[in-house]
Design a protein around this ligand. Structure first.
Ligand code: CTP
Length: 404
């Protein structure tokens, strides 16, 4: 059956981004009713919402009164998403006001509710807003942490609406699975993602095929389970996951610095990135030119630091759970799992997620299949499924070790 989604839009400049979110819902076959506040209509008019949703749009409770929309829209919803949620909307929702169609809908809805706040940093950080967010979360609503970056005007800070594609991912997850258990609430976790680049000169680099999809799935999954997530992202061309702090790096040395810094206080670290093992011994300041005689330059390589081995063998916190990945193909010296076991011991981490990458099937793919090996001897086989499903299994294993 088609899922019924209510898209609530409150009056902030980020209302225009909700058009993209609406398209994603309608194009994936959801039945969407848009309920903008009067202030939202100052930013994006009713015809836009009506055209994109294919339905009439109302903001007050006096339109089509005979159909009792202030009750029915909420009662019949499978999911309510409010994006952007302004400080004012969060306050009205937290206090149970019902002074327009959106707040009435929030009171009558019994389905999961997702708020994606967007506002200036000062408004977000104000104790009143934080208390309202805490109240809404305590009642089971999912309130996404705003992103950091450029705000309206010239200033930057926390308060941006996350990328609509990421709000969509999160909302669809909540629609199908409900709000995730908050078993990582209060935990600080670090995830590395993507592949590093090692420069030869200002325009050329040695790189690898890592897409960052698995690291992003891990960051998203941890955020949905309540963790404070730092994502150390190496050259990933995906939107930032919602509710996650992102540190961008290019080289293995920069990744090492960012991971080591974030690891000092972290409860868990998952190294899903593919840091280059080698870098050119020298980086030319100028672009390297072709030689007239047709010869090619020899590139001398030196080894990069092994970040996973370093943070595992020299632990900032003894009780932190450290997870590595191993992309193996198996060879004459052993099977994929033999090599995985040897790598787990060598790296000194607590869990190693072993992928069989023979044939390159995993790179850039939405799916993954793995075996999770634990230093305590446990083996968890994860059948082929989404990278999100594997991410949740990995956090299950991490959370279990927190509890021990
Ligand atoms: N890793 C790391 N630093 C590096 C290379 C890899 O932290 N310089 C981490 C990866 O993030 C991953 C794990 O180590 O979690 C396994 O990476 P892999 O490349 O498979 O291991 P290698 O150390 O390269 O092992 P080998 O080349 O001996 O197979």
């Amino acid at each position: 059956m088609t899922s019924r989604v209510v898209l609530g839009v409150s009056g902030g400049i980020a209302a225009y981004k909700a058009c993209e979110l609406l398209r994603r819902f309608t194009e994936s076959g959801h039945d969407v009713t848009v309920v903008p506040t009067a202030a939202a209509l100052e930013f994006v008019g009713a015809p836009t919402w009506a055209a994109l949703s294919g339905k009439p749009v109302a903001t007050d409770v006096w339109t089509d009164v005979h159909a009792v929309p202030h009750v029915h829209i909420g009662q019949e919803a499978d999911l309510v998403v409010v994006a952007p949620a302004t400080a004012d909307l969060l306050a009205r929702a937290a206090h149970g006001l019902a002074d327009d169609l959106l707040t009435s809908t929030l009171l009558t809805a019994r389905c999961p509710v997702v708020f994606a706040p967007a506002m200036h940093t000062e408004m977000w950080e104000h104790p009143a807003t934080q208390a309202n967010v805490a109240t809404l979360r305590s009642r089971g609503a999912v309130v996404v942490e705003p992103a950091e970056g450029r705000l309206t005007g010239a200033d930057t800070g926390k308060g941006r609406l996350p990328d609509p594609a990421e709000i969509f991912e999160l909302a669809v997850g909540v629609l199908h699975r409900g709000a995730a258990p908050q078993d990582l609430a209060g935990r600080k976790v670090v995830v590395s993602a993507g592949g590093t680049r090692e420069y030869l000169d200002p325009v050329r680099f040695l790189g690898n095929r890592s897409s960052g999809l698995q690291g992003h799935a891990l960051a998203r999954a941890a955020a949905s389970r309540g963790a404070h997530v730092t994502l150390v992202s190496a050259n990933v061309s995906l939107p930032d996951p919602a509710g996650v702090s992102v540190v961008r790096v290019e080289t293995t040395e920069q990744l090492r610095e960012a991971v080591v810094a974030a690891t000092a206080t972290a409860d868990a670290v998952v190294m899903a990135a593919a840091p280059a093992d080698f870098r050119p011994s020298a980086v030319s300041d100028a672009k390297i030119k072709k030689a007239d005689d047709g010869s090619a330059p020899a590139i001398e390589l030196v080894q990069n630091p092994d970040v996973l081995a370093e943070i595992s063998h020299h632990r900032a916190r003894e009780d932190a759970v450290i997870v590595g990945f191993a992309a193996e193909t198996g060879d004459a010296t052993g099977s994929v799992l033999d090599l995985g076991r040897a790598k787990l011991a060598r790296k000194g981490c607590d869990l190693l997620v072993v992928n069989d990458v023979s044939g390159g099937a995993v790179f850039g793919s939405a799916d993954n299949e793995a075996v999770v090996l634990a230093a305590d001897g446990a083996v968890v086989e994860v059948p082929r499924g989404s990278k999100s499903a594997l991410a949740h299994v990995i956090w299950d294993e991490v959370a279990r070790r927190f509890a021990d």
